[in-house]
Structures are given as structure tokens and as C-alpha cells.
Design a protein around this ligand. Structure first.
Ligand code: SAJ
Length: 413
């Protein structure tokens, strides 16, 4: 069977590589020519443990090829971005584009799976776009029988552990029809060792959003505690560790804020589906989005008394050991510090310093990117923004005499 995977990003490329590793013929499709070129050379355009070896293997065996046009296939997996707009609603333009390109290729009996995280109703909308362009395939033209199968199969993998979690996690599969769910389950069972749970498409869409909103609410609780504790002169990490000795309490870790393309975004899709009743979910988002304000204030108070201070900002990624800077609170904090303190020099130390400084940070004349040691050595104030393992190499001697703002409890005694 031939599977076309539309969108070779953080989800599409690992899924394509795993399916190809199982011997299926996989055609990866991406609008970005650099991504297509990289994949065809067996390279990976972003950092994710173990992905490179899977892609290189699948390409060299001829099971995975990449191209920029949408081919004919037995199954299509759509894994394109669903960004959110200024007004916090989902932008479905990439899903619609993918649907319009699938429409001319699709044949009766084909399966179309939406993997992108989407507001409830999106799988139906994708089907509507395809069938409007192909009325010959619509149920009305075929004695009331659907001839194309549509399903939603949200991914739930954790960046940094994608290759393991793709195989081991349970999957929820929601079909527009029960037949579609069963067909999608057959495809995923070629590689998924976790349980596969069948439902309808809208419930599957909502389940994914709810999982991330659950985590966001819990992180907001920890972040709110960190602000309260700091005002009360209490060590929040010690506090949480103690409270977590209770058998039914499991508080998460506070940090500089919540980033990444999932948890910082998905809860808004629930809020926009029912604004009036999403009070807790909205407030959690607001609490987490406000956390960078507190970090900026802490750094500015640590800078006080320095004429033209140098600040080492350690880490830009949204979390440890990845190079993904989407919605990263670390980037936001550096931007705000640079903007409101033109007299300060900000040296970003990153284990991924081979990557470029994001454009909006590079635009500030007072921000530069270096290796970790150079950043720390130059600094008056060190602000730890990401708990990358590589920062464990920093010695107490290097930090001696410097003001420290540790947003992750990384160096707590
Ligand atoms: N964070 C904290 N404190 C914590 C845990 C996380 O501040 O105790 C922060 C992180 O630093 C980061 C953000 O939250 O900025 C999100 O990180 P994460 O590791 O919780 O999650 P993601 O965004 O990498 O991946 C999530 C996962 N969802 C859940 O755990 C419910 C993953 O399973 C999903 O597949 C992924 O979102 C997604 O694609 O939706």
C-alpha cells in the first residue's frame, strides 16, 4: 500500500519514517523545497532524538521518498500546522490547502486521516472540501454510501521522545463513519504497540484538546504557586516537593511560562468553541502567559545597581533538550529584556548555538548568541530559562559572585 504523508514536520516526518520502516511505500509531501531535499538525502531538518537514523534508513531502502506535489495513494495522512490567529481561533488554511490538493488525486475506497490538532468539526470540514471538489465520490452520488473514508487520529507524542511515543502510546481514532475508524486503525496498527481506541471524529478532536488543556491547567497551578511563594518568601520547589508527599497530590513544576506549539495553543481551541463556559481553561492560559512578566521583573531587580549589566540568558527552546522555539517563553523573556533595557547586553547561551538567533531577537543590537561558557563567564546576571542537560556542565565556580534567576529550580540545593 502507498501512504502519502502531507506535511513533513515534527509529526509528519516521524510518522512517515516509522510507516516506511514497516515496509509500506511512503511518499512524504512538503511545500518546503529544503525539507524535500533534506529528506531525500536522508537528513532531518530539525533536532529529534533517533529520528535521523530512521529517516536515513527508510530513504536508503527506498521505502520513503519526499516530493512537493500530492500523489495518488491508498491512504493520506494530513499532518500540517494548525496555527492560531491573533483572535485565538484556529487557522485551518493549511488543512484546507492539503484537502484541495488531495481532491484531484483521490480514488473510491481511499482513506484520508487528519492528524493535525484541530477544533471539533475540522475532519468533517476537510471531508466537505474534498467532496465539494469531487461530487462523484460523495455519498449522494453513490446510493448513499460514502466512498471515501475520513478519520481523525490525533498525535500525542512528546517532543524529545517522539520515536518512542509514536510506537508505545495509545491512540484515539475517530471516524466520520465507523468503517473509516476501522480502516484507520488497521493502518496505525502496523506500527502502534499501544491500545487503539475507536470513537467518532469530533470526540477524537476534542480528546486531544482536553489532554493538553488538562496539562496547561495543572502547570498554571504550579506557576501561580511560584508567584505567590516568591511574594511570601517561600521556596516553591521545596513547597511542591513537600505537598507531593500527600498520596493524592501531584503538583507539576513551575517554570518561565508554557511554550511549544501544543499546550500553549490547544486550550484556546476549546475556549473558542464555547467561550462562556471555558472560564477555568481560559484563566489557566492567562496565568501561564503572564509568567514571563514575573521573570522579567526578577531579572530587572537582579540587574539593579549595575551600570551596563551583561545578562546571560541560558536557553531559548520551549523546554529541555529540544531546539524548538515555537511559542517559547524563553524567547519572549529575552525579547522583553532586550526591548526595555537598551543599556544591557544580553548574551544567549545555548547548547544548540549552531542554530541562528531568531530574527526578532537578532534585530535587537544588544542580543547575541554564544556557547554556554562564554555567556556565563561574561555575565553579571545569569537567568536560567531552559533546563537543558548540557547546562549541568556549568560549575559552581563559574557562577560564583553572579546574580542568579533560576526559573526552573535547576540549581536549587
Ligand atoms: N512545563 C512546565 N512545568 C511542567 C511541565 C511542563 O513549565 O511541570 C512547560 C514546559 O517547559 C513547556 C510546556 O510546559 O514549556 C509544555 O511542555 P510539555 O513537556 O508538557 O509538553 P509538550 O508541549 O512538549 O507536548 C505536549 C504533550 N501533551 C501532554 O502531555 C498532555 C504531548 O503528549 C502532546 O503530544 C503534545 O503536547 C502535542 O503535540 O499536543
Amino acid at each position: 500500500a502507498t501512504v502519502a504523508v502531507i506535511g513533513l514536520g515534527y509529526i509528519g516526518l516521524p510518522t512517515a519514517a516509522i510507516l516506511a520502516g514497516k515496509g509500506l511505500h511512503v511518499i512524504g509531501v512538503d511545500v518546503n523545497p529544503y525539507t524535500v531535499e533534506a529528506v531525500n538525502e536522508g537528513r532531518v531538518p530539525f533536532v529529534e532524538p533517533d529520528l535521523g537514523i530512521h529517516v536515513a534508513g527508510a530513504v536508503s531502502q527506498g521505502h520513503l521518498v519526499a516530493q512537493s506535489t500530492t500523489p495518488q495513494a491508498d491512504a493520506y495522512i494530513v499532518a500540517v500546522p494548525t496555527p492560531f490567529r491573533e483572535d485565538k481561533t484556529a487557522d485551518l488554511v493549511y488543512v484546507e490547502q492539503a484537502a484541495r490538493k488531495i481532491a484531484p488525486q483521490i480514488q473510491p475506497g481511499n482513506l484520508v486521516i487528519l492528524e493535525s490538532t484541530s477544533p471539533p468539526g475540522t475532519t468533517q470540514r476537510m471531508a466537505d472540501v474534498i467532496l465539494a471538489l469531487r461530487p462523484d465520490l460523495a455519498a449522494e452520488a453513490n446510493d448513499g454510501e460514502a466512498t471515501v473514508l475520513f478519520a481523525h487520529c490525533p498525535e500525542r507524542v512528546l517532543p524529545g521522545r517522539i520515536m518512542i511515543e509514536l510506537v508505545m502510546n495509545d491512540r484515539i481514532i475517530g471516524g466520520l463513519t465507523p468503517e473509516a475508524a476501522t480502516a484507520a486503525a488497521a493502518l496505525y496498527s502496523t506500527f502502534c504497540q499501544g491500545g487503539i481506541h475507536l470513537t467518532d471524529a469530533a470526540t477524537a478532536e476534542m480528546a486531544k484538546l482536553v489532554e493538553n488543556a488538562y496539562r496547561d491547567v495543572n502547570i498554571a497551578f504550579a506557576n501561580e504557586l511560584s508567584v505567590i511563594s516568591s511574594n511570601l518568601g517561600i521556596d516553591v520547589w521545596n513547597l511542591i516537593e513537600l505537598a507531593n508527599h500527600h498520596p493524592r497530590v501531584n503538583i507539576l513544576q513551575p517554570g518561565p511560562g508554557v511554550g511549544g506549539h501544543c499546550i500553549a495553543v490547544d486550550p484556546w481551541f476549546i475556549v473558542s468553541a464555547d467561550p462562556e463556559n471555558s472560564r477555568l481553561i481560559r484563566t489557566a492560559r492567562e496565568v501561564n502567559d503572564a509568567k514571563p512578566d514575573h521573570v522579567v521583573a526578577a531579572v530587572e531587580s537582579a540587574m539593579a545597581g549595575h551600570e551596563s549589566p551583561t545578562i546571560a540568558a541560558l536557553g531559548l527552546a520551549f523546554k529541555a533538550n529540544v531546539d524548538d522555539m515555537r511559542e517559547s517563553p524563553a524567547v519572549e523573556i529575552v525579547r522583553r529584556l532586550a526591548d526595555s533595557n537598551p543599556g544591557a547586553r544580553i548574551v544567549v547561551g545555548s547548547p544548540f548555538s549552531e542554530s541562528d538567533l531568531p530574527e526578532d531577537l537578532a534585530a535587537f543590537g544588544n542580543v547575541s548568541l554564544t556557547g554556554t561558557d562564554a555567556a556565563v563567564d561574561a555575565a553579571d546576571v545569569v537567568v536560567l530559562l531552559v533546563d537543558h542537560d548540557a547546562f549541568r556542565e556549568i560549575t559552581p565556580e563559574q557562577l560564583a559572585g553572579k546574580k542568579i534567576v533560576d526559573t526552573r529550580g535547576f540549581w536549587r540545593a
